[in-house]
Ligand binder design. Structure first.
Ligand SMILES: *Cc1c(COP(=O)(O)O)cnc(C)c1O
Length: 362
């Protein structure tokens, strides 16, 4: 069986080093907002090329905290790609704001920059870009629109740790960015974790406080905050793994390049790579007309695949009020996509096998 993602194998590689660090936490007896968090915040800010990073409980909270810290609320609109993972819109809805869905570009699966301007209204406060499947969004037009209409750019970087656009990493392409360290992400905890990055000192201090009951000083509360902190144990895990992220992403790139060069089945639409640096291949997503049939065929040949995602947000029960709407490109994507196995621990034999089996599909 070729697994879609073998997390056990990925994390076992770091087993000894992680246990050593966890032992140190046992010795110190300090479990929250300690050395591991300080080390991580510094290292992750440096990695992303930003001034500030702050660890939080998960990726959804990271986005939620950014919107909360900006003070966006009811009547405010935030533009977001219609084909994203539902966490992006949930963070907007949780603050009482209205997510305004914009169709993606069928070539990149990222938000189509040419459709954004027509979605801007006097109520628009921000554009949330999502670097979907690991590919950085083409930012040039979006930067211009944000300036023209005085909008914040919030990045959802949960799938794209390390991806670059014009020499800058995601997390440093907008006003603030949310990251997830959910176990399956390119940089993953042994549980939940997340972070916010920004160059805005005021925003950083506010988010840090809001994530800690609204307090930067014990028992002095500036905001009606929440509890969203990164455990020292989880910070220790990603402190071990962060120095290997670029190497891991390069392993993903090698597999993706091999797939692109060697899958030659006319029934399969391969992902388009705009620039090597822009993509960290969190997912390798292909499209085909009879997707479910292909998935069953691969399964019967011992290859596990996943659909990201089977139901678009506007057709979910959770967003009943949108169920009558139609976003044809998004719906086409959800009907046709299939994610092939890709990960830093996939073997060459496995990669060759996936290619052979797909090329034999009729
Ligand atoms: C994973 C993910 C999130 C949410 O991260 P969690 O840590 O699971 O809360 C947000 N946005 C996107 C695009 C994601 O893939």
């Amino acid at each position: 069986m070729i697994h879609f993602l073998n997390l056990q194998k990925i994390n076992n590689f770091y087993n000894e080093e992680i246990l050593k660090r966890i032992n140190t936490i046992f010795e110190k007896g300090w479990y929250l907002q300690g050395d591991e968090n300080h080390i991580f915040n510094e290292a992750f800010a440096t990695y992303c090329g930003v001034k500030y990073a702050v660890g939080v409980a998960n990726g959804l909270d990271a986005l939620n905290l950014i919107i909360k810290a900006y003070g966006f609320g009811s009547d405010d609109e935030i533009i977001v790609p219609a084909n994203t993972y539902i966490a992006s819109t949930l963070a907007i809805s949780a603050n009482g704001c209205k997510p305004v869905l914009v169709e993606p570009d069928l070539n990149t699966y990222n938000i189509n920059p040419d459709l954004i301007e027509q979605a801007i209204t006097p109520k628009t406060k921000a554009i949330m870009v999502v670097h979907l499947y690991g590919q950085a969004v083409e930012m040039e037009k979006i930067w211009k629109l944000a300036e023209k209409y005085n909008l914040k750019i919030i990045e959802d970087s949960a799938q794209a740790h390390g991806a670059m656009y014009k020499g800058r990493r995601v997390g440093n392409l907008g006003d603030a960015s949310g990251f997830s360290f959910y176990p399956g992400k390119n940089l993953g905890c042994l549980g939940d974790g997340g972070a916010v990055t920004t160059n805005d000192e005021e925003l950083y201090l506010k988010i840090k406080a809001i994530a800690n009951y609204g307090s930067n000083k014990k028992y002095v509360n500036l905001y009606k905050g929440v509890n969203s902190r990164l455990d020292e144990l989880q910070a220790a895990v990603i402190n071990v793994k962060l120095p290997h992220l670029d190497e891991d992403n390069n392993k993903r790139r090698k597999i993706a390049n091999y797939y692109i060069e060697n899958i030659n089945n006319p029934l399969i639409i391969l992902p388009k790579l705009l620039h090597e640096d822009m993509h960290v291949w969190h997912l390798f997503v292909i499209r085909t007309e009879n997707r479910d049939e292909l998935q069953n065929y691969l399964k019967s040949n011992g290859i596990q695949t996943i659909i990201h995602y089977p139901i678009p947000i506007h057709k979910q029960e959770a967003y009943k009020e949108w169920n009558h709407l139609n976003y044809p490109i998004t719906e086409k994507i959800h009907k046709e996509v299939l994610s092939l196995p890709i990960s830093p621990v996939m073997t060459e034999v496995e990669v060759l096998r996936v290619v052979d089996v797909i090329n034999e599909y009729k």
